[in-house]
Design a protein around this ligand. Structure first.
Ligand SMILES: Nc1ncnc2c1ncn2[C@@H]1O[C@H](COP(=O)(O)OP(=O)(O)OP(=O)(O)O)[C@@H](O)[C@H]1O
Length: 264
């Protein structure tokens, strides 16, 4: 799969004098689910913004490194061209257009994608999220928090991305709704879309992902197969401890063989 995936290489990012990422490297193979775990402020959103080229809207800039999609560098493209290249971000905080209808939100999402695939994309999101089809003519601001998150994901899918960047999709949702979102992420991936998932809910993220990275203060400190990462003392204590002991216990049996510790 190497060669067609999304590759971040030695990426450093600053917001003025604030260094938010230091030489971060990561790979999302085609059709994989990869997760990035990290505490508040560790740089997770910054990483997604750097890939989607929306950093400048937040006053940030890449200072070194590159982002590749297959053999093509995408770190100099404007954000709409990144979408057209097949990489689409769902930002944190379910930013839907609250005054617009559900249907118009979806139409807005399709603007970045190829015109030819629009009907197909719409059929796909209707099937994934029947509730959005039922509420097509309702204002998006009237949807529940979980439904708004579905709409944010659906809107991104309208551009028919090959790589979906998800920023904390479970944030602020009740456990049952978070599970539904997780099921949807799995289904989206089953349909062939690769997912780069940023999450504070490590138990949920490690269940979905095949490969995981831990970011601490802007640096990758640990990476490896998700099951093996979930078995490490560090991840269990810092990211799984209180959240989900069952996941940690399951993971314990898998052992940790191929983890790579990154030394600064
Ligand atoms: N627009 C900005 N201007 C200045 N500094 C910023 C900006 N956005 C983020 N930062 C800083 O960059 C670092 C990384 O922040 P980032 O939001 O990427 O972390 P995060 O892991 O996504 O955190 P959270 O889970 O709280 O969203 C933090 O030190 C943060 O204060």
């Amino acid at each position: 799969m190497v060669g067609s995936g999304l590759v971040v290489r030695d990426l450093s990012v600053g917001y003025g004098p604030v260094r938010a990422l230091r030489r971060v490297s990561l790979e999302v193979p085609e059709a994989a689910v990869v997760t990035v775990l990290g505490a508040n402020g560790s740089g997770k959103s910054t990483l997604l913004r750097a890939i989607s080229r929306t950093l400048s809207f937040q006053g940030g800039a890449v200072t070194e490194g590159e982002v590749l999609l297959g053999d093509r560098r995408i770190d100099r493209l404007p954000p709409d061209r990144v979408v057209a290249a097949g990489v689409c971000q769902v930002p944190e905080g379910r930013r839907v257009f609250a005054r617009m209808t559900v249907a118009d939100n979806l139409r807005a999402g399709a603007l970045g994608g190829a015109r030819a695939g629009r009907a197909e994309s719409l059929a796909r999101v209707r099937e994934l999220f029947p509730v959005l089809a039922q509420r097509a003519h309702q204002r998006a601001g009237l949807l529940s928090g979980g439904e708004q998150q579905m709409l944010a994901v659906a809107r991104a899918l309208m551009a028919a991305p090959r790589f979906l960047l998800l920023d904390e999709p479970s944030l602020g949702l009740a456990p049952l709704m978070a599970e539904r979102i997780a099921d949807t992420v799995r289904e989206i991936n089953d349909q062939g879309t690769a997912v780069l998932l940023v999450e504070q809910n490590a138990a949920l993220a490690l269940r979905l992902a095949t490969h995981a990275y831990v970011l601490e203060v802007g640096e990758v400190t640990l990476q490896g197969p998700a099951a093996e990462l979930a078995a490490t003392d560090e991840v269990r204590r810092r990211y799984l401890g209180v959240v989900d002991e069952d996941a940690a216990a399951d993971a314990e049996t898998t052992g940790a063989r191929t983890l790579t510790r990154w030394e600064g």
